[in-house]
Design a protein around this ligand. Sequence first.
Ligand code: G4P
Length: 523
Amino acid sequence: MSLDSEIARRRTFAIISHPDAGKTTLTEKLLWFGGAIQVAGEVRARKASRHATSDWMELEKQRGISVTSSVMQFPYRDCIINLLDTPGHADFSEDTYRTLTAVDSAVMVIDSVKGVEERTIKLLDVCRLRDTPILTFINKLDREGQSPIDLLDEIESVLNIQCAPMTWPISMGKRFRGVYDLYRDTIHFFDPQAEKGTSEIIQGLDNPRLDEVIADQAEELRMDIELVRGASHAFDKDAYLSGRQTPVYFGSGINNFGVQSVLDAIVDLSPPPLARPTTTRDVAPNEPKFTAFAFKIQANMDPRHRDRIAFLRVCSGHFERGMKIKQMGAAKPFAVNNAITFMAQDRSIMEDAYAGDIIGIPNHGTIRLGETFTEGEELRFTGIPSFAPELFQRAVLKNPLKLKQLQKGLQQLAEEGATQLFRPLGSNDLILGAVGALQFDVVAHRLEFEYGVDAVFEPCAVATARWIKGSPDQLRAIADKYPASVALDGAEDYVYLASSRVNLQLTQERYPELKFQETREVH
Ligand code: G4P
């Protein structure tokens, strides 16, 4: 198969949702429909005892299997599907943001009872940064939820994205009987007892079989559809691909219903790998030369070996086992013999990969988040953000003799993206920044188990942080004036740690020539 056709058949996406809307269930059912797992239940098993354990224990457990479940690749129809997992725990994490930079599209799951929830809003904002195309799956139609019209209205007004219904539900809750496919003119009857949730598929709204199967609801459906056709937006592929419109499917993940439509939509509608910007030019996916960037680092999978896996999104060309690639900033290219591929739940040595695929490279901390890899060309992919943390704590050692280990542990965990680390220029403080509070628990736990350091975290007088940009002289001036507030982050960039919003504003006014940024792009 040619490079062009290999790339054209890649679909790389992530599922986004508010916790409990049904992301895990949908992930599992997609894998099952795609033939990647034999028994439904394998993915959900990891969430099984989540009610009984604390959040961070669950996280630990997830980490244990997350190398295999972070990326799930499987063939479906003529395509190779790469499904990227976003962390499932309750705290909104930076990992999720970064994973979304590695996909070409997303599937948004909405709970029909709860409608648009807070996390969904945030995730959609992240997708919007890159105009990522989004398919919507409205889940749990087997429950008495909000009316479909209200749900679409809510998505349109709250998420500010046009909806194009692709299927339409036949009632809901106890009266839920299936969906009508507005474009294929087919009716899919729902039966929770049937294999894969569908008892029968018939063609045409006027089909007399419709009246046989759902006598009391057939007329209502015909009227609904007439209304929907008149009142809703028609599917517009360009609008979808540019992130302005989302095609909407209805179903019940737990009952397998509607899952096939989503999987088919990924093949039929979702984009293959797209061109990606670098600091100098756009890289097209079908350029023959290999390029990639690291969007996720997972360290210490096995605490006895300091192994890390860097997840690289291939942006162009073809990767072959043993090929030499160059990490930007490194002196020499290196041969990659042990890259890992992710076929469903197994981990195996990667023989080759194409633009759109994800490869895992074991390393000892030499690969950092956001770094670019090429066959030699000097390039730097852009758009992998670090976010200004909203929570800050100071790390304090219980045993002061372990300072070296603490510094090393925090530095490594910061490189991995588990936390952000700030060292004020005028003190020896180690200040941790996080986007979600759970990150602190995870870091404390990992410091103890992976680095043998018993540290506690104390509140500190930092309310917000901004990366500061300016000439070396300007940076030195502010650093000399406020040595307790100007810090270096893990990548030795200058950061201003403000004690309050007012303090930040005053400082910005005092230094108009400096830029105070809320995100830092990792290069
Ligand atoms: P998440 O990953 O987005 O957090 O959601 P997850 O798939 O874990 O689903 C959250 C809950 O919603 C689960 O129930 C799951 O069984 C249920 N669920 C998923 N899809 C449907 C659906 O189509 N209909 C209904 N009625 N429920 C659905 P749970 O009680 O938290 O877990 P469990 O006891 O089922 O394991």
